[in-house]
Design a protein around this ligand. Sequence first.
Ligand code: FAD
Ligand code: AMP
Length: 463
Amino acid sequence: MPSAKHDLIVIGAGPGGYVAAIRGAQLGLDVACIEKVPELGGTCLRIGCIPSKALLESSERYATLKGGLDEHGIKLGRVTLDLPAMHKRREKVVSTLTRGVASLFKKNKITRYAGHGRLDGPGRVVVEQEDGPIELEAPHVIVATGSRSKPLAGVELDGDRIGTSTEALTYPKVPKHLVVIGAGAIGLELGSVWARLGADVTVLEYFDRILPGMDSELAKDALRLFKKQGLKFHLGARVTAAKRKGAGCVVEAEGLEPIACDRVLLAVGREPNTEGLGLEKVGIEVDRLGRIPVDEDFATGVPGLFAIGDVIEGPMLAHKAEEEGVACVEKIVNGFGHVPYEAIPNIVYTHPEIASVGRSEDELEEAGIPYKAGRFPFMANGRAKALGETDGRVKVLAHADTDRILGVHVIGPRAGDLIAEAAVAIEYAASSEDLGRAVHAHPTLAEAMKEAALAVEGRAIHM
Ligand code: FAD
Ligand code: AMP
């Protein structure tokens, strides 16, 4: 078998892997990156964050125009949907970005191996390439193989009408009735896309709330707004089966009559990719959720073997994977590197957007941590009024004794962009007073953040 030596081998070219590879090259390492699919960028660029956001953007514009802009004094003719063109745009956005990663690899002189990577012992990886296997050796190997959609017992995935987010990104026609199983971020984002484009959308969720894990006050606001947009919800509905029936499908859930529909989107979470990775060969046992156990240095216990991103513990988010990629390589090369886990934002790109960073009010209550909450509604924000987007609010949670910001939660226009300021504030251990005293330009949505911080001490100006 042919062989090659490198300083660092990265398995998987998603946001965790490709960022680790680039950072390694920047730090002077001879880096190899193994990816089994032809395009670089992983789930995020190919079938995740990017294509979903492309469709969310297009569908939101369609819904806005379809709903009319009379209020703004704009008269429109008939608004029609060209779904193939919308998909073409999505594909172009994706291919521009995946090609961009390929050119970053070239620029950074990263050797790319196309094929499935398998651990063959400490410091050894075999790549099954199209033209035969090659054995690679390196003192450092990072596993960044990511995750895939989790299956659900009784749900008969057929890669077409009963599918996952991957199929839901490419439906060739707007479904008449789409049933979404799971009210997490992925189910709600893609459910919103097809609802905006004209589908009846029914969401079935096991828990008695949507967005489990997010601040429950925001989740309640979100549920009310999604219902107003026409999405239907059955909460406390455990799905037990989804199968093909005639030309369509039928979904069964405890406590509900069977639901007939023409497409089903299974979105009950994701599970790590460790199949065929050779973990047994190096003596690694995955945890009960299938993740590779690592220590605070991302080390697996096998000399020179590290793991990052969706394949290890923590929120399955692209930016978390990226930060781990950078920190892992910096620790290998420089001996230090850091991911501020307490300040990782989490965003749901629905309309309005929902964004959180730090601890939720539910978590603070459960942990018995004394806190004060400051809330400010977008209804009282001048820019939101001008935009015509006044649904939602900002909530700042600060320690009752020290005033240190513990969590910030936003539902409203551009919440995903607004939360960046809160992430920086938490990372730098800011107090609500710091945030409230910082100058925020007028008129901006960000002023709602300042006002919510002021509201922690009951001194919001415009409320
Ligand atoms: P991945 O991106 O999954 O990449 C792993 C790569 O490894 C893949 O390319 C895979 O082909 C390759 N691979 C696996 N095994 C092998 C092997 N043995 N040999 C060679 N190659 C291998 N996150 C956000 O932060 N924001 C969002 O808006 C967002 N939206 C999402 C929307 C959807 C529909 C989905 C499905 C996910 C979304 N995510 C989002 C999650 C995000 O995509 C993941 O958290 C992120 O991609 C994880 O990065 P990763 O590098 O760990 O793994
Ligand atoms: P996330 O893990 O954030 O992607 O969200 C997945 C959602 O699917 C969670 O809200 C789960 O509660 C939900 N879920 C998991 N299993 C089922 C099930 N059998 N029926 C309905 N919803 C489910």
